[in-house]
Design a protein around this ligand. Structure first.
Ligand SMILES: NC(=O)c1ccc[n+]([C@@H]2O[C@H](COP(=O)([O-])OP(=O)(O)OC[C@H]3O[C@@H](n4cnc5c(N)ncnc54)[C@H](OP(=O)(O)O)[C@@H]3O)[C@@H](O)[C@H]2O)c1
Length: 336
């Protein structure tokens, strides 16, 4: 490791944002205060040649140990993007493998203190270190990355040749917008038709080239988060009510991800959904009828726009031997 002082900059160009309605939009980088921060890497006399990373604008400091002295155990896990899903994966993984090490790679140091409290060893650069991890899950969304396929490539390279690598992608690429049936084998949107699906498909292709697996997830939700919470907050939404959506609870996405990781399969695509598609109107009718929320949703106001799809992942369930805990959105509401 160099003892020199290095200067580099985090730079987000135009950012691709995904919202719970299922659309991407472009936003300026000013949303992320760290985006123009200068990072200074310098050596410290501390153990293992650790480097100290100082971000001048956010005044956060991170110890980053990328020395080869660290020993990686057979059940250790690297989570690229330890956000809502990644943290649930970490929690469930640790229950199955007490004593394992769990590493988390993020874009900023904003949540490193939270991750440390959860027993996740955070860094901005695990995938640039010389370690090879036996289990790697990439569960970061695309919107904070200027080179999402490149991020996937680095993550794949950090996975041991015999290890297991999983990318949590999205069901968005399935080429269906007439509320029709879709499953694991349905055709996807051709590259070049939409920036939203291009970024996902290019990332998936990198993963498959490396022999990793892809899990295409439908809309994720949990208490207080997801499309239903977003629409409830807004009350009136400019979207068509008859668009069919597909759901998977965050906990089920985590349990399915872990089940796939443990199978150590190579180059496969799976689908994560609860097999209970609902129209937007049906979702919000269930929310209103549940009596579990302080507010009432008013209405969807549009009659234009593409319709959705009806996903079925029976093949994934059979092959992985997995069933969701939350069998439907209605079941989730009943048990809230
Ligand atoms: N939400 C949905 O409805 C939905 C639907 C289909 C698929 N998915 C996929 O499901 C996965 C999990 O979603 P989620 O809601 O749990 O995500 P999330 O909570 O928004 O994840 C955010 C975390 O990812 C980190 N991150 C973002 N970009 C990164 C990058 N390029 N490299 C490393 N870390 C990065 C963030 O770092 P900082 O802490 O520095 O901000 C943060 O820790 C994602 O792959 C997403 O695309 C989501």
């Amino acid at each position: 490791m160099a003892d020199n002082v290095h200067f580099t900059a985090i730079h987000f160009p135009k950012l691709l944002l995904f919202n719970p309605l299922g659309f991407f939009s472009f936003k300026s980088p000013k949303l992320f205060p760290v985006s123009h921060a200068r990072i200074r890497l310098k050596s410290t006399p501390s153990s293992f040649m650790a480097s100290q990373l100082q971000v001048s604008e956010s005044a956060t400091t991170e110890e980053f140990d990328h020395s080869s002295a660290r020993t990686i155990g057979e059940h250790d896990l690297l989570i690229v993007g330890p956000g809502v899903l990644g943290r649930l994966v970490a929690e469930k993984w640790r229950q199955e493998h007490p004593g394992c090490q769990i590493f988390g790679q993020t874009v900023t140091t904003n949540h490193h203190d939270e991750l440390i409290k959860l027993g996740i060893d955070p860094s901005l650069k695990w995938t640039e270190a010389s370690h090879k991890f036996p289990y790697v899950i990439f569960c970061a969304p695309p919107y904070q990355s200027e080179d999402y396929p490149g991020d996937l490539r680095r993550a794949a390279l950090s996975c041991d040749r015999e290890g297991s690598f999983l990318f949590t992608s999205s069901s968005a690429p399935y080429d269906c917008n007439d509320n029709g049936e879709c499953n694991e084998d349905s055709p996807v949107v051709p590259i070049g038709r939409s920036p939203r699906t291009d970024v996902l498909l290019k990332a998936e292709n990198v993963v498959l080239e490396f022999g990793g697996c892809v899990l295409r997830l439908s809309a994720l939700y949990k208490d207080g988060k997801g499309a239903h919470a977003y629409w409830l907050e807004k009350g009136v939404v400019d979207a068509r009510p008859d668009h069919i959506l597909n759901f998977i609870h965050y906990e089920d996405a985590a349990s399915l991800s872990i089940a796939i990781l443990k199978k150590k399969l190579k180059g496969r695509i799976f689908l994560g959904c609860d097999n209970h598609p609902l129209s937007r109107q049906e979702v919000m009718d269930l929310v209103n009828q549940s009596g579990k929320f302080g507010k009432k949703f008013e209405k969807f106001t549009s009659s234009d726009g593409p319709l959705g799809k009806r996903l079925n992942n029976s093949k994934t369930r059979q092959e992985i031997g997995w069933e969701p805990k939350y069998s439907s959105f209605a079941y989730f509401l009943e048990n809230l």
